[in-house]
Design a protein around this ligand. Structure first.
Ligand SMILES: [Mg+2]
Length: 273
């Protein structure tokens, strides 16, 4: 989860910049870095899963959906974003009482899913809960596919899969093409800020990286939706490489005490045997 947060913060100064940054120009946590919607919705999903999906294994999908919606709406209402903002459709969803999913294939489904990649014991359960976190708003098949692919990649990375195994699994089960070189992986014919664009880009950057920081630097250097691509690449890279504790500490200092409480509860749960 901190992998997504650090990737979000690293990309935040460059969101929607016209020019891609050079790789060397991307600093992981500069003075300008701050969390955006990607981080806040990740915290909201983590809280919902930690409190409800795990404490009661027989909980229904319907019950969890209500909890996810309440959590995302409450965090959005009570926490000011220091940087970035919500997409128009998602903002409307946040402002609606009892909102319905609105067919979104936005990359928000994948940017907020990382807690699901860590909290469940099997790949099947991971993919199931990843889908549930998506479909409360992003119920388009591309939104669900993006969330499931990222959660599955995190599950595989944290359970010892190597890069080839992760690439093969995601290509086979989720039909993304991950064989494009990272430098040229942005396909401008795809809808902007969509899962179908951002998810393979982020995975390709991760697969080409030799460290956690390198994955984020590559993801951010491609420009445009830098914070979300950074968040998604960072979430998988964390599971594969781990995070330098000093960098994790630095990121934690950029969160509110309320957000930190969820982060701490998440890592306490993940570290528990
Ligand atoms: Mg953002």
């Amino acid at each position: 989860m901190l992998g997504a947060i650090i990737g979000d913060m690293a990309g935040s100064p460059f969101e929607f910049a016209r020019e891609a940054e050079s790789l060397d120009a991307v600093r992981i946590l500069s003075n300008d870095a701050a969390f955006t919607d990607d981080t806040l919705m990740t915290v909201a999903v983590a809280e919902a899963l930690l409190t409800h999906a795990l404490s009661n294994p027989d909980v229904s999908d319907t019950a969890i959906k209500a909890v996810l919606i309440e959590s995302m709406q409450r965090w959005a209402r009570t926490t000011r974003l220091p940087r970035g903002g919500y997409g128009r459709g998602f903002q409307r969803w946040l402002d609606t009482e009892g909102p319905e999913p609105y067919g979104s294939f936005g990359n928000g489904a994948a940017m907020r899913v990382s807690p699901a990649g860590w909290l469940f014991e099997t790949r099947e359960r991971t993919e199931h809960w990843a889908a549930v976190t998506a479909i409360v708003s992003h119920n388009h098949a591309e939104g669900v596919r993006g969330a499931q692919a990222i959660a599955a990649a995190i599950f595989l990375a944290r359970t010892g899969a190597d890069r080839d195994e992760i690439r093969d699994y995601v290509e086979r089960h989720y039909s993304y093409n991950l064989s494009t070189p990272w430098e040229s992986c942005v396909d401008e014919s795809l809808p902007p800020v969509s899962c179908q664009a951002t998810v393979p880009e982020a995975l390709i950057c991760f697969l080409a990286a030799d460290s956690f920081e390198d994955a984020i630097r590559k993801a951010v250097s491609l420009g445009f939706d830098t914070d979300t691509r950074g968040a998604i690449a960072g979430s998988v890279a964390e599971a594969f490489f781990g995070i330098d504790p000093a960098l994790a500490d630095q990121a934690r200092q950029g969160l509110t005490p309320e957000m930190l409480a969820v982060v701490d509860a998440f890592y306490a749960r993940v570290a528990a045997p």
